[in-house]
Design a binder for this molecule. Structure first.
Ligand code: ATP
Ligand code: MG
Length: 578
């Protein structure tokens, strides 16, 4: 394509409302435009990137026996009522009525619709497995749409579903997608990791997330440096060493702690380490309240709490609720004498001499023995894993890193097939419930994540497989007839070799062309100007490494192919280092 006839509205300045680098660069590179909160138009170059990602997904899904279909985006409420999610999905589900006052929603995911389809068609075990997927726009009315394509309200998703006759077969369908995802993200040239994950509102028995590693990721993953264990911290189990039987400690004593609200202030004021402090956090769980105790230097994992209590909604209690339930302002809650269920993190078990809030303003208690002084409703793993924890599998050391969730595979089991009565007759003619799996990839989020992982101060550095073009050819002297002819000739020859080239034939200053080329992040840059033409050379630059060279204008075909090979090898080496 020729730049002069393409719609690539690049911007020199970063739009002020863009917070993260992928959002800024997608706007600046003329790949997307915002319509309103969480809604984006994909401009031609942005769409090309999404199509490249989709093509790789399609190839690999087909390879493991999944077929593409396309379901409606608008879904009838009746199906959601049948699955029970009309009540439970919450405000992310955009609901509306048609002209006949019937309830509908915009699809945030398609378990209900696909299960309805399959239950209507499949009668016998002979028709299983059914393995289907689609690539489609989803709508979720996110509380905080942000970061551009990273968390939109409308976004492009690949969602796949499997229906099997037995748990073993379902696990095979799941493994097939897991391996396909590993190849997809590998082929996209991304540094990524698959981690154990919480199943969230989709539900089901086990799941893995695929994370693109990037410091700007919203997720934190924990992985073992010795073994294969890797998990989202939402889910990572904390291995708790068993503690020795406690000796009885001194009786509880109240001390005055004026204006001391935080653990840091308390450690300084009392001269006790954070490990000797019990932090008491109050949570609103569905329609009641509970208290959760963790060591002073730890953080409560609200997802573990939600799973433990089998709750729909868990959130930190607000200041008014804390005041009402403890009789004290925030910062002084403690477990002794508290009138709501108290759950404690395993790590605290056996401790006999803790500092805790006194449920009274400006006061704390010393020598709290949780077994003696508090009625504990349950001991459980209730905190986030930390770098000083050991691997729950092998005892090795744990590292934490940031990631962006780009894919998620769930073993759903019978959750939806039971609710929607998706059954078949087995070999003996007996009715059985189908076993399901579901598998998502955030296609538009992959584009953003790739940029978060691959950029520099000059712009995007696209991994070659998802770049909108393989190569950009800058003609620095478009008014010079000879140079223009040579550029056109080179453009035609490269295309004949199967190289997807963007020819920058615009009547612009070289500086603007260089800046745009770097901004767009196309992996290979070729530069032809009057001076090079006189010497019969084309300058080349590897966008990733910045390494420049010269290629002979005569004999360009072979020289280009050899150079392209070194550019690709550089990428592969970098990816291999993750
Ligand atoms: P998150 O925790 O980020 O909200 P999720 O668990 O809700 O994600 P899934 O329901 O598993 O996500 O959706 C499948 C995939 O769709 C995710 O792995 C992610 O890549 C993508 N995705 C989910 N929500 C969004 C969004 N608001 N914008 C863009 N992509 C999204
Ligand atoms: Mg979500």
């Amino acid at each position: 394509m020729r730049f002069s006839t393409c719609y690539i509205p690049t911007l020199r300045e970063s739009p002020s409302d863009a917070e993260v680098v992928s959002h800024k660069l997608l706007l600046r590179a003329g790949m997307v435009r915002r319509l309103t909160s969480g809604l984006y138009t994909y401009l031609p170059l942005g769409l090309k990137v999404l199509e490249k990602i989709s093509a790789i997904i399609r190839r690999e899904m087909a390879h493991v026996g999944y077929q593409e279909l396309l379901m409606p985006m608008v879904q009838p409420a009746d199906l959601w009522k049948e699955s029970g999610r009309w009540e439970h999905y919450g405000k992310e589900l955009l609901r509306f009525k048609d002209r006949n006052e019937r309830d509908y929603c915009l699809g945030p995911t398609h378990e209900e619709v696909i299960t309805d389809l399959v239950r209507g068609e499949v009668r016998s075990y002979r028709q299983l497995p059914v393995r289907l997927y689609q690539i489609q726009t989803k709508f979720r009315d996110e509380i905080r749409p942000r970061f551009g394509l990273m968390r939109g309200r409308e976004f492009l998703m690949k969602d796949g579903y499997s229906f099997d006759a037995s748990v073993e077969c379902a696990e095979e369908s799941y493994r097939a997608v897991h391996s396909a995802y590993t190849r997809i993200f590998g082929q996209l040239g991304l540094k990524f990791r698959a981690v154990e994950a919480d199943a969230g509102s989709i539900g089901g028995s086990f799941s893995h997330e695929f994370m693109v590693l990037a410091d700007t990721g919203e997720d934190t993953l924990a992985f073992c440096r010795q073994c294969e264990y890797a998990a989202n911290v939402e889910r990572a189990e904390v291995a708790c060493p068993s503690s020795p039987a406690p000796a009885p400690g001194p009786v509880v004593e109240k001390v005055s702690t004026p204006g001391i609200h935080s653990v840091e202030e308390l450690t300084a004021f009392l001269g006790v380490p954070a490990t000797g402090i019990v932090k008491t956090m109050l949570f609103s769980v569905d329609r009641s309240f509970v208290a959760v105790l963790v060591r002073g230097d730890r953080e409560v994992n609200d997802i573990k709490l939600k799973n433990l209590l089998n709750a729909q909604e868990v959130s930190l209690a607000d200041a008014a609720a804390v005041q009402r339930l403890t009789g004290a302002p925030v910062g002084f809650a403690g477990p002794v004498g508290l009138d709501i269920p108290v759950y404690a993190d395993n790590e605290l078990e056996g401790g006999t001499d803790y500092v805790a809030g006194a449920n009274e303003g400006d006061a704390h208690l010393l020598h709290v023995d949780l077994a003696r002084d508090v009625r504990i409703a349950g001991w459980a793993d209730l905190r986030f894993i930390a770098p000083d924890d050991r691997c729950p599998r092998c005892g090795g050391s744990i590292s934490l890193t940031r990631g962006i969730e780009v894919g998620h595979v769930f073993m759903l089991g019978r959750k939806y097939s039971d609710a929607l009565h998706a059954v078949f007759l087995d070999e003996k003619g007996k009715e059985q419930t189908m076993i399901m799996g579901c598998y998502g990839i955030g296609v538009s989020r992959v584009a953003a994540a790739a940029i978060e992982q691959n950029h520099d101060e000059r712009g995007i550095v696209f991994p070659p497989p998802l770049a909108p073009f393989d190569c950009i050819l800058l003609n620095l002297d478009p008014r010079n007839r000879e140079v223009a002819d040579a550029a056109e000739d080179l453009y035609a020859r490269l295309r004949a070799q199967g190289v997807d080239v963007l020819l920058d034939d615009r009547d612009e200053r070289p500086g603007i062309k260089f800046n745009d080329a770097d901004l767009l992040g196309i992996p290979m840059q070729l530069v032809l100007g009057a001076r090079g033409f006189a010497r019969r050379i084309v300058e080349c630059k590897d966008r990733r490494s910045g390494v420049k060279g010269e290629l002979p204008l005569d004999g360009m075909d072979d020289a280009f192919a050899a150079w392209a090979q070194t550019v690709r090898a550089g990428w592969e080496e970098q990816q291999g280092q993750s």
